[in-house]
Design a protein around this ligand. Structure first.
Ligand SMILES: C[S@@+](CC[C@H](N)C(=O)[O-])C[C@H]1O[C@@H](n2cnc3c(N)ncnc32)[C@H](O)[C@@H]1O
Length: 196
């Protein structure tokens, strides 16, 4: 049986990615976002790679759960963070550790996925958030396609308007969408607290 690569080309190029990843891009934005979460709460990182984003969250005292479809990335993640939970699986297939989270982050993942898979992952993430929980993911503001700088494969953004509609359709409140220091456009949304 031939298993399809669910990492969208990243497993083959894991070493290249880890060498080229600019570690200054992303962590400070995510750290700032994490301050809106329950202190020391639980965070799921989808497409965690070798943990550049996870690292600041672990250091900030959160319980980190990482999922990545590349076995090489997950191996590197586990070596660096032996106390964090890690699963080697595609975000679209995973059962997200059969639990809910105070925060879910997907930095550099969403646009690697096919249109229908992005929609599925957004719906799964919305369900896996605790009431009051927060979601953050990156994808360009405009609905565009381009070649991924690492793999050369086609990436696609559904665009801010569609992302907003998808998030709202899942009952989330879009809190922000803007550019970070590395020109990554990111979206944040929160799940309303349960009405008593
Ligand atoms: C651009 S890297 C970002 C890694 C990390 N979030 C960071 O900011 O350093 C994209 C990551 O998504 C993973 N990935 C690709 N497709 C995936 C999928 N369907 N499910 C889970 N992870 C996936 C890749 O293996 C890779 O580690």
């Amino acid at each position: 049986m031939i298993l399809r690569d669910k990492s969208n080309g990243y497993d083959d190029l894991a070493e290249v990615f880890m060498r080229m990843r600019n570690t200054r891009i992303g962590p400070s934005t995510v750290l700032e976002w994490s301050q809106t979460l329950v202190p020391h709460g639980s965070i799921l990182e989808l497409g965690c790679g070798n943990g550049v984003i996870s690292q600041v969250l672990i250091e900030a005292g959160f319980s980190l759960y990482g999922i990545d479809a590349s076995p090489k990335m997950v191996r590197a993640f586990r070596e660096q963070f032996p106390d964090a939970q890690a699963e080697c699986a595609a975000a679209e297939d995973s059962n997200f550790f059969d639990r809910t989270f105070d925060g879910i982050v997907a930095w550099g993942l969403m646009f690697l996925l096919q249109d229908d898979v992005q929609r599925l992952v957004i719906a799964k993430a919305a369900k896996a958030l605790e009431p009051g929980g927060q979601l953050l993911f990156t994808s360009p503001r405009d609905a565009i396609t381009w070649q991924d700088s690492i793999t050369g494969r086609e990436s696609r953004s559904l665009g801010a308007k569609t992302y907003r509609q998808l998030l709202e359709a899942q009952g989330l409140i879009v809190t922000e969408d803007r550019l970070d220091e590395g020109d990554n456009y990111y979206y944040t949304a929160s799940k309303p607290k349960a009405v008593l």
